[in-house]
Design a protein around this ligand. Structure first.
Ligand code: IMP
Length: 426
């Protein structure tokens, strides 16, 4: 069946929204399957900048049905705000479908996220403070509030009372916060939020199955990335959901046979926001240059991203974990001015060489990068539209990364504009 997954192979901010935008052109449906408004996609269309956090990137194509799957956690205030902004810019949002089983991120989740971070002090995870972790924790603890609860005021009130019974004790006794009044929040949700969210709620699972059976291509859009995955990432410096491709099945309600393409997104270098290990991190002038040229500041929180050389060890591991069938390489143009480019081809952990991530996290923490070095192309790539427009050094860099990852690179992005990319045929 015709299902494609787009998944980040690094620590997020690889430019997934960009690639989704390219691939969505050929799809009938674009589905978000995990995460929440901790994600941020920037799209540039006809010089207009669109910043999306919850609404799938495919919304900008009239022929695409954008779907927010059950695996996503949805802040309804943010969702409605985003819909309003898009509508004001002339984008038709009526096609948007929201799973009734998606969980809500509510104001107390955000408060708990912020307070938990300040409680951790130096050990903080540097979360986006959007309430994502507490919302997923409530889901697993079975005290979460789901989108469909908005449709039943009595049930919603009761669910909020039971969720807040314990959360308020934590807020008051541990954090000295005054707590959240369940009745007041219920009234606000019933009066202001529910009537505006209700029109978007639909049978996303049924809709997707019918589409897939009819042979329509469905694109599953991962948020965050492989190494922020709750299981496979650099725990505890991870998000609270599973961005890996396998979770697209759970977070949208489909089976493995529906997928025939997994596109891994890799930036031509590496970035990370927030705390956690980073083997190829650069704290020098080259790092500053990459931050500057690549504008490496969070779409969402404005935080400066940490930067480093491309890490082929992580990339190989990501290809394994997601069963990537191909790679889209983004931001290659950011390397244009560099004299020398490095790629980490292996880790040295206490004298032993690793080509995949060491299976124990503490070994990862001790890893020393083994680099291969390349001459830079020192040429502007932003106008390239075809492989023949690329300098020999850039082609060598791309081919080297392909050999390192063991899968073909099918897209190369050379600038932020919608058309600034090259596509290599299969
Ligand atoms: P949370 O997802 O807000 O709980 O944050 C957990 C970790 O994931 C933090 O290090 C965040 O910086 C990181 N993170 C969450 N969402 C994104 C994203 O979309 N891009 C990059 N990093 C992210």
């Amino acid at each position: 069946m015709p299902g494609s997954i787009v998944v980040g192979t690094q620590w997020g901010d690889e430019g997934k929204g960009r690639v989704v935008d390219i691939v969505a052109k050929e799809c009938a449906h674009v589905v978000r399957y995990q995460g929440g408004h901790n994600a941020g996609h920037t799209l540039v269309v006809d010089n207009e900048v669109f910043k999306l956090q919850l609404v799938p990137s495919g919304i900008l194509y009239d022929h695409v049905v954008p779907i927010i799957g059950n695996g996503v956690v949805v802040d309804p205030y943010v969702l409605l705000n985003e819909i309003e902004t898009l509508t004001a810019k002339g984008v038709d949002c009526q096609r948007l479908m929201l799973s009734p089983q998606a969980h809500l991120v509510l104001p107390y989740h955000q408060i708990l996220d912020e307070l938990a971070e300040s409680q951790l002090g130096d050990n903080k995870l540097d979360t986006t403070k959007r309430g994502i972790g507490p919302a997923y924790a409530d889901k697993a603890s079975r005290v979460g509030i789901r989108v469909e609860d908005l449709l039943d005021p009595t049930h919603l009130r009761a669910r909020l009372h039971s969720a807040l019974a314990e959360r308020n004790v934590i807020l008051r006794d541990i954090h000295g916060h005054k707590g959240v009044d369940p009745d007041q929040l219920a009234e606000e949700l019933i009066q202001d939020i529910a009537p505006r969210v209700a029109p978007y709620i639909g049978d996303t699972v049924g809709h997707l199955h019918e589409a897939l059976h009819a042979g329509q291509r469905v694109l599953f859009e991962g948020a965050q990335a492989t190494f922020l995955d709750l299981d496979h990432g650099t725990y505890p410096f991870v998000t609270s959901s599973n961005p890996v491709a396998g979770y697209a099945l759970v977070g949208a309600g489909i089976g493995p046979g529906a997928i025939d393409q997994v596109i891994g997104i890799a930036k031509a270098y590496l970035t990370r926001v927030g705390a956690g290990p980073f083997v190829t991190e650069l704290d020098d002038a080259v790092g500053e240059h990459l931050v500057d040229v690549g504008q490496e500041y969070g779409t969402n929180t404005g935080r400066r991203r940490r930067v480093g050389w491309f890490d082929a060890v992580m990339a190989r591991q990501a290809v394994r974990l997601n069963a990537c069938t191909e790679i889209a390489l983004t931001k290659l143009d950011v390397l244009d001015e560099l004299e020398t480019i490095k790629v980490c081809v292996a880790y040295d952990v206490e004298g032993e060489r690793y080509e995949y991530l060491p299976h124990l996290r503490r070994m990862h923490d001790k890893a020393v990068p083994v680099y291969a070095e390349f001459p830079g192309w020192q040429q502007d790539l932003s106008e390239a539209t075809d492989r023949k427009d690329l300098p020999r050094e850039a082609i060598e860099y791309i081919s080297f990364l392909e050999r390192q990852m063991g899968v073909p690179i099918r897209f190369v992005c050379v600038g932020p504009g919608r058309e600034q990319y090259l596509r290599f045929a299969a």
